[in-house]
Design a protein around this ligand. Structure first.
Ligand SMILES: Nc1nc2c(c(=O)[nH]1)N[C@H]1C(S)=C(S)[C@@H](COP(=O)(O)O)O[C@H]1N2
Ligand SMILES: [Mo]
Length: 213
């Protein structure tokens, strides 16, 4: 593993040189766990995933059904507002754009935002345009293994930077909800959990939009 061959500082310098280290961030080779509240238990028999709001047809998938949806792998750099960045993380899961393109989800024309609803009432909001882009994934796997319980098992939103893809907007990692259970499509925006607590609604990592004021 590259992480073992090079020290943290050497890797950080390399990322800075490559233009991949956003302002105010530092590289970590660990994977910190950050969330509010307890880690939920997963029961595949009762778990479901709901898509509702500004969609032509509301849908609900069981865990089995969710696992039959078209899947994608993506490698991203993730940036936490608490100033750690983790590079070249590999995720596997489901792209919202694929679900829309293949007719699994049919947003109404006025749908402009989505809210990720997670266990215990946690929410995270993003513009639909961002949720549909290649750097946003509903992920089941990290580095080839099911995501661990504290990182969001069985399903979480993931958002980060894909190197060389300067066309994509990159937001802080809190915009991906762990233990996500539903997507709500909306014509108007609605602040999520951390956004209501004073974090910046747009959360652009390159503009260092950490806090609302
Ligand atoms: N359900 C849920 N998802 C959440 C949070 C949370 O409190 N609850 N916190 C967010 C924040 S602030 C961060 S930085 C990332 C952390 O993900 P990690 O623990 O896998 O590093 O999860 C995000 N998703
Ligand atoms: Mo965070």
């Amino acid at each position: 593993m590259i992480n073992n061959l090079f020290g943290r500082r050497e890797e950080e310098s390399r990322m800075r040189l490559e233009g991949r280290l956003p302002p105010g961030q530092s590289l970590t080779q660990k994977f910190p766990v950050l969330h509010y509240g307890p880690v939920p238990r997963f029961d595949p028999a009762t778990w479901d995933f709901r898509v509702y709001g500004d969609v032509e047809e509301e849908v609900t998938w069981t865990w089995d059904e969710f696992n039959k949806l078209p899947r994608t792998k993506v490698k991203m750099d993730i940036h936490c507002v608490t100033r750690w960045s983790k590079f070249d993380t590999e995720w596997e899961g489901v792209y919202i754009s694929t679900l829309i393109d293949e007719g699994f989800i049919k947003p109404k024309p006025d749908a402009k935002y989505i809210i990720q609803h997670a266990e215990y009432g946690f929410t995270a909001n993003v513009p639909l345009e961002l949720a549909r882009s290649d750097n946003f994934l509903l992920a089941t796997h990290f580095e080839g293994q099911p995501i661990t319980p504290d990182h969001g098992y069985p399903l979480r939103g993931i958002v980060g930077n894909i190197p060389q893809r300067d066309d994509l907007k990159v937001v802080y990692f809190w915009k991906g909800a762990k233990w996500v259970r539903a997507l709500e499509f909306r014509s108007d925006d609605k602040l999520g959990f951390w956004e209501q607590a004073g974090y910046h609604n747009e959360a652009d990592v390159w503009k260092e939009q950490r806090f609302a004021r």
